[in-house]
Design a protein. Structure first.
Ligand code: AMP
Ligand code: ZN
Ligand code: FE
Ligand code: FE
Length: 297
């Protein structure tokens, strides 16, 4: 039996496979009482998902998952950036600066996708002699209206027979550090925390087990205005959850979480309600959103 709260999900407005109506129906079928939507760099699915959830009697928390990065590294001469996914809950989807920034991210995503397609084609040509194996128009077609991302390119590679699975694609082509991977333009985590707050949203750190040691990072982000971090995420085991929960307490951050559900075709192991996010965490998140909105007004 799934747990009743899931605060980290995607639709086909980004790289999930469910439409807003399908996501809400899947949430009902899983028995969810609270659903948070966190598409990558877009708020386009929020209105429709909210309406479907209202119809089905599911409490809905609007959100977004913004791809950002923070500067790490020792000296001016070795600038390197750590990619960080920042969640923003309760954002006002009509906030001009937020909408404009997300639109410019969408443009940057398209440019980056063109570069990754080109590199994939170079790898394929080198390995098989076949030229222009993947067409940009096919990848755009797969992405539909949504914010374009690597899973869309992965599908194109799989359907053309150049890879056997999503994992295979990331392992051989577009995972971080692989030959066809292209970094995203830097979008500063600290600046995005401010932007989310100004849009009345509560900034929360997504899947924090991916960023190495958190001892330095959490105080920096907390000072910048971070209010929460994910603790119950995807397949995190008990030891990880307990360690993150202690860190959240230590740094006075609201513990949140969710499955990172993308529908059946991307990350099929992530099912709605797979993580035991407590209702107290929803209450604390909503209080944080309320406080930030009062400040933004
Ligand atoms: P992008 O936003 O284009 O950088 O793509 C990021 C998305 O790709 C993530 O949200 C996941 O859905 C997916 N992804 C990233 N790394 C992997 C991986 N190693 N295996 C499968 N999917 C991945
Ligand atoms: Zn995704
Ligand atoms: Fe993420
Ligand atoms: Fe996600």
């Amino acid at each position: 039996m799934p747990f009743p709260v899931d605060l980290h999900t995607h639709t086909n407005a980004s790289d999930g496979s469910d439409s807003p109506a399908e996501l809400a129906a899947a949430a009902r079928d899983a028995g969810l009482s609270v659903l948070g939507l966190t598409d990558h760099d877009t708020v386009d699915a929020i209105a429709e998902t909210a309406e479907e959830c209202r119809r089905l009697g599911i409490a809905f928390i609007p959100g977004v998952e913004i791809s950002t990065s923070i500067r790490v590294g020792e000296s001016e001469n070795t600038p390197s950036r750590l990619p960080i996914h920042l969640l923003g809950y309760g954002i006002d989807t009509s906030n001009g600066p937020l909408v404009d920034t997300l639109a410019s991210h969408a443009r940057a995503r398209s440019v980056r996708m063109g570069q990754m397609i080109e590199r994939c084609n170079q790898v394929i040509e080198r390995d098989t002699g076949r030229r222009e194996a993947i067409s940009a128009s096919r990848v755009l077609d797969i992405a539909g209206k949504g914010s374009i991302g690597r899973p869309h390119l992965a599908k194109a590679l799989i359907e053309s027979g150049y890879a056997t699975s999503i994992d295979d694609v990331f392992e051989r082509y577009i995972g971080r550090g692989k030959p066809a991977y292209v970094k995203r333009a830097p979008v500063d985590t600290v600046e995005m925390i401010t932007l989310v707050r100004e849009a009345g949203g509560a900034p929360v750190l997504a899947h924090p087990d991916e960023y190495g040691t958190l001892d330095h990072l959490l105080p920096v982000l907390r000072r910048a205005g971070l209010v929460g971090m994910e603790v119950w995420y995807g397949e995190y085991d008990d030891a990880t959850v307990n360690r993150l929960l202690r860190l959240a307490e230590q740094h006075d951050l609201v513990p949140t979480g969710g499955s990172d559900y993308h529908g059946r075709s991307v990350k099929p192991s992530r099912t709605l309600g797979m993580t035991p996010v407590p209702l107290t965490s929803v209450v604390a998140l909503e209080a944080a959103i309320e406080a930030i909105r009062a400040e933004a007004r």
